[in-house]
Design a protein around this ligand. Structure first.
Ligand SMILES: NC(=O)c1ccc[n+]([C@@H]2O[C@H](COP(=O)([O-])OP(=O)(O)OC[C@H]3O[C@@H](n4cnc5c(N)ncnc54)[C@H](O)[C@@H]3O)[C@@H](O)[C@H]2O)c1
Length: 399
């Protein structure tokens, strides 16, 4: 992974010496458990030579049969019904938390206290207060920590950040982002699930989808000073499996203005009520020298407009294919134009964390660490408070 460590890894490259193995303990075997494990199985041969090779030691869930089946399918040596068994296993050095949001804090804090390096899914926790406890624990333990804001690891997004850092874009005026899905609209007949309960999820579209684009706002533009937000719940009751009704106490959608410390102005919006939108994430940056647009459904492309670089008759937006060997992480994949996808973001993400662990590098800014996760939570909480109070709210960071 030349992105982080400087070594090249063209196909056919030879590794000098043996990459160390790092024992992995995975909490959760569903959506994210599968995505992370898929990535780990690819690292040893695709991110070559790898900084370390993940060894799938154990996986935890709650249902004995289901977790045993997952262990067999993914190739973990042990299946546990209590995450504490992952933490107590001395062969596990890296704890990967792909559980629901209410299962982030306690296991991650215990893992930190046991000296394990940690990858935790986003949002880091249900509230900023809970995120702060997690941040304090990893800092005290001195372990490496990362929040799985995987969109930082889309090559096109990393390329935008490189352009920002190089100064080529000049001053940034606007950041605008939408993250649109449809899967809890009436035509899906979605019953009550953990994502619709505050005690488990913390918030709704805000913490689930909004957290991603708020992370990109911070990653690409800078720190957020204050917000002015509005949240809405369109369907307030949903049936449990037994037919009784449960109260939805999280947002189905939110919109917010972002006031950046560097003077830029932002808007972020996320919903699960956008008919036809499956995973519609789009961001646009308007800067002094250029406008850049990213659309997740075309994740190997950037739409770019450079101010004044063409005769006026041919001035306009151009589509740039981000798939050259010199684009971030691309040297590890295929010849240019042979596309990569959403799942590869996790390969880049976990390789980066392994590199940070083995070579003692900083996780941030290429990845989001728990400080980023905490600050993200502060912004999410401020958006809720702004909506409740109908006022602009300052983001107060205690770290
Ligand atoms: N980065 C992304 O793009 C992305 C996408 C989806 C979800 N997520 C995040 O990943 C996390 C998990 O989401 P998901 O979609 O995989 O959820 P999911 O419901 O599909 O899976 C949750 C898993 O956690 C397990 N689990 C629940 N409670 C547990 C406990 N106490 N002990 C052990 N295992 C337990 C479940 O059995 C299941 O395997 C959430 O924090 C979510 O916000 C991130």
């Amino acid at each position: 992974m030349s992105e982080a460590s400087g070594f090249t890894s063209m196909a056919g490259a030879k590794a000098e010496g043996q990459a160390p193995q790092i024992g992995v303990g995975m909490l959760g075997y569903a959506f994210m458990g599968k995505a992370h494990t898929h990535a780990m199985l690819n690292i040893g041969h695709m991110m070559y030579p790898p900084p370390a090779v993940p060894k799938l030691v154990g996986i935890a869930g709650r249902n004995r049969e289901a977790v045993a089946e997952a262990a067999k399918r993914y190739g973990y040596q042990h299946a546990y019904t209590d995450w504490r068994d992952l933490i107590n296993n001395p062969d596990i050095q890296f704890f990967d938390n792909g559980g629901p949001n209410d299962a982030h804090a306690e296991p991650c804090i215990a893992a930190a206290q046991a000296g394990k390096h940690i990858l935790c899914e986003k949002p880091l926790a249900r509230t900023a207060e809970e995120s702060k406890l997690m941040l304090d624990a990893v800092q005290k333990a001195g372990v490496k920590h990362m929040v799985a804001f995987n969109y930082r690891f889309v090559p096109a997004i990393r390329q935008i950040r490189k352009l920002v850092d190089s100064g080529l874009l000049g001053k940034i005026y606007h950041f605008r982002a939408v993250y649109l899905q449809e899967w809890i609209m009436p035509h899906y007949n979605m019953p009550m699930i953990w994502r619709l309960q505050k005690k488990m999820a913390g918030s709704g579209a805000l913490g689930d989808l909004g957290a991603h684009i708020i992370d990109l706002a911070r990653y690409l533009v800078g720190e957020v000073r204050s917000v002015s937000g509005m949240t809405r719940t369109f369907i307030e009751e949903r049936p449990w499996g037994d037919g009784t009704m449960g109260k939805v106490d999280v947002d189905d959608a939110f919109v917010s203005l972002l006031d950046f410390e560097n003077g830029a102005l932002g808007t972020v919006e996320a919903t699960r009520f956008a008919a036809g939108r499956k995973n519609g994430q789009r961001i646009e940056i308007n800067a002094e020298k250029a406008t850049i647009v990213f659309n997740l459904e075309r994740l190997n492309e950037l739409e770019v407009y450079w101010v004044g670089d063409q005769p006026k008759e041919t001035q306009g937006f151009r589509n740039v294919l981000v798939s050259e060997p010199f684009h971030p992480w691309w040297e590890n994949w295929w010849p240019q134009g042979h596309m990569i996808g959403w799942e590869h973001t996790f390969v880049h993400e976990i390789t980066h964390l392994l590199d940070c662990i083995v070579n003692n590098r900083a996780v941030s800014p290429i990845g989001a660490d728990f400080l980023d996760g905490y600050r993200n939570s502060v912004i999410c909480d401020a958006i809720v408070r702004s909506s409740e109070s109908r006022r602009q709210v300052d983001c107060v960071y205690e770290a």
